[in-house]
Design a protein around this ligand. Sequence first.
Ligand code: DP6
Length: 361
Amino acid sequence: MAAEQGQWLLMATARSPTNIAVIKYWGKRDEALILPINESISITLDPDHLSATTTVAVSPSFDRDRMWLNGKEISLDGGRFQSCLREIRRRAEDVEDEKKGIHIRKEDWERLHVHIASYNNFPTAAGLASSAAGFACLAFSLAKLMNVKEDCGELSAIARRGSGSACRSLFGGFVKWTMGNVADGSDSTAVQLASEAHWDDLVVIIAVVSSRQKETSSTSGMRESVETSSLLHYRAKEVVPSRILQMEKAISCRDFATFAKLTCADSNQFHAVCLDTSPPIFYMNDTSHRIINLVEKLNQFEGEPQVAYTFDAGPNAVLIAKNRKTASLLLQRLLFYFPPPTGSELTSYLLGDKSILQESG
Ligand code: DP6
């Protein structure tokens, strides 16, 4: 390592958006490798609004691996960070920077330490899938720094080791996380079903019902569901496989009515699984239920689905409107029934775009 004598610093930066599942992942068949009990499909949002930006740096002067999240140092002790770092280091290659006179041989990566600084451009505490964006970005930026040659599919299997849903954020547009067959989980990866350009008239609106941190994390919630919910096992075996096929077809044909029916049904079944867990897990609240009613009524009035709703492990609503016209109608209704507190900022934007709508209650 020629540059070992001097003080030098090499950096790489990446940005990854978060993603929203329309067919949910809920339950692991292998906790350590983070392998799912069913396939899932998601939409990756626009990085301009909900994304993580991560800078990773390496220098011989660093005496240990360290990480800062939104400017605050966090522990890297958790097994998930360590397995992402280990997997990337194993694949690291030689790095040459002629200008700086840096030559890192692949074997040097084992003893060089990294510093990681990650920022979310949205409130981390708001329950908006920040770990998906964060781990996708961590895997991608480390791979860039260490000259890892693997493609995004292979990197998705590494991001998955950080947080299951993170693997889907390695791709834009519509993404499927496959089950995989091999024991080490290397083929449980994300694949892009279609780019965002394929169906760019969809509008995603996020209604922030509560910015409080959830009481039951996804990780522990799904573990409890696997252990206690018979509905979860029925869902994984009998329901999701055919839903995945139908959803793939709906996306490929841009069939919004089918897309919306499947999205809403899958969100509702996921929350039914949470209720079927012992003790039951309540992620949605009264406001979430009122938003579901509002969308159901709007769809009934229009004669066919114009808006889909989906809720993750929290009360915030992700609403997907068929087009801009429907989105503006939906926003009007939301503003009427859930007026934001005076002085709050309300913005709306397109796929990838999302409105953060603050509800006063
Ligand atoms: C409800 O990916 O956060 O958002 O793999 O334990 O980190 P871990 O869980 P996580 O779970 C996401 C669950 C979900 C559904 C989904 O995104 O598919």
